[in-house]
Ligand binder design. Structure first.
Ligand code: ATP
Ligand code: MG
Ligand code: MG
Length: 348
């Protein structure tokens, strides 16, 4: 079989590599960090960092196609991939790795994000708060995930004396949402688009805690509009692979939160809960194979993340035969770190 290159070495890369292996592919993981958990299930590529052009070129030379499991990969150095195709493309990466460009891009396609303003310093923050109001959330434009790099501003006084990082920021109005959900689709190179059922997502402390399929009627009522937007985003980027858009369900319809140009935590339930998982369809799409059925394989599915350093009782979880346990093999548990997940199918 051919070799697929994966940029990024976390659990998403690990699950992609496992799906690729099932289809007869080999994977190489390009991950600057020493403790890549994806590299434990496939070949690791030694490199000095994301901007190591010689290493990227050698990595690409081994691969039929390169994909990414991490949207914060710097785009400039990827020129070193040369003629090896990058799927999804660099444009999707570029748009999605900056909250300002992501919101601007999706607005241009008819999406409605929370009101937002770019912030570069304390004066800019005061202006943004005056224009948008409180409550709101200040976020780093780049590199944030699992709610990291965010500050909630409940009153203008909260912004006074904030120790702002020396990096571009964005201030957005707080959405009083009824529920959260994500649209997860896969687009093939020929333009075929398939959607999985829409999970309703619950976050705790900015981190996904639970995804439930099907979602409540609050969510189901807004899926058609959200899907139409997600399809426009995928088409506009000539996207190939799995794409996720996160939404807030509100009285006024779906409000766009952010997009991820990759497989997504809120799609982990598809491994057992859908006919074809997000990981398998991503591999199929980037390898030019027909997409598999995204239909539900159960009446319902609940996926719970196993987060942090609480002593999880794996044997107790496994004692219930309906539970599918996934552990990512991370050596050290830290507060807020995703250590695994458990998926439970509702069959009757
Ligand atoms: P991810 O791990 O999903 O990439 P992230 O760090 O990019 O997360 P966001 O998705 O921006 O963070 O925010 C995390 C969560 O915080 C959201 O899912 C939502 O629960 C809450 N949140 C973020 N922005 C807003 C907002 N404008 N209004 C209300 N809640 C918000
Ligand atoms: Mg994010
Ligand atoms: Mg998010």
């Amino acid at each position: 079989g051919e070799t697929i290159g994966i940029l990024g070495g976390g659990q998403l890369g690990r699950m992609l590599a496992m799906a690729a292996a099932q289809l007869g592919y080999r994977c190489h993981v390009y991950a600057p960090e020493a403790d890549s958990i994806a590299a434990e299930v496939c070949a690791a590529f030694t490199c000095a960092g994301w901007d190591d052009a010689a290493a990227l070129a050698a990595f690409a030379a081994d691969c039929a196609v390169v994909t990414y499991e991490f949207e914060n990969v710097p785009v400039g150095p990827l020129a070193a991939l040369g003629h090896t195709p990058l799927l999804p493309g660099a444009r999707a990466l570029e748009v999605a790795q900056d909250r300002l460009s992501e919101k601007t891009f999706v607005s241009g396609l008819g999406g409605r994000p929370a009101p937002f303003a770019a912030v570069d310093d304390a004066a800019g923050l005061a202006e943004a708060i005056a224009a948008i109001g409180v409550p709101g959330i200040l976020k780093t434009r780049r590199d944030g995930y699992d709610g990291k790099g965010q500050w909630r501003i409940m009153a203008p006084a909260d912004a006074v004396g904030l120790d702002l990082p020396a990096t571009p920021l964005i201030y957005e109005g707080f959405i009083d949402f009824r529920a959260e959900f994500s649209v997860i689709l896969c687009r093939a190179a020929d333009g075929d688009v398939r959607f999985w059922d829409t999970p309703e997502n619950v976050h705790q402390g900015g981190i996904l805690a639970r995804s439930t399929v099907p979602g409540s009627t609050l969510v189901r009522d807004e899926v058609a509009e959200a899907r139409a937007l997600a399809r426009r985003v995928a088409d506009a980027l000539d996207y190939v692979g799995v794409l996720t858009l996160e939404f807030f369900a509100t009285e006024a319809g779906p409000v766009f939160n952010e997009m991820a140009p990759r497989v997504h935590n809120s799609g982990h339930w598809t491994i057992e809960g859908a006919i074809t998982s997000q990981f398998e369809n991503h591999v199929r799409a980037i390898c030019g194979l027909p997409l598999g059925d995204t239909g539900l394989a159960a009446r319902g599915v609940v996926m719970d993340n196993l987060i942090g350093d609480a002593a999880h009782d794996w044997p107790a979880l496994l004692a219930d035969p309906a539970n599918h346990l996934h552990l990512y093999g991370k050596a050290a548990a830290r507060p807020g770190r995703k250590m695994g997940h458990v998926t439970r199918l509702v069959l009757d």
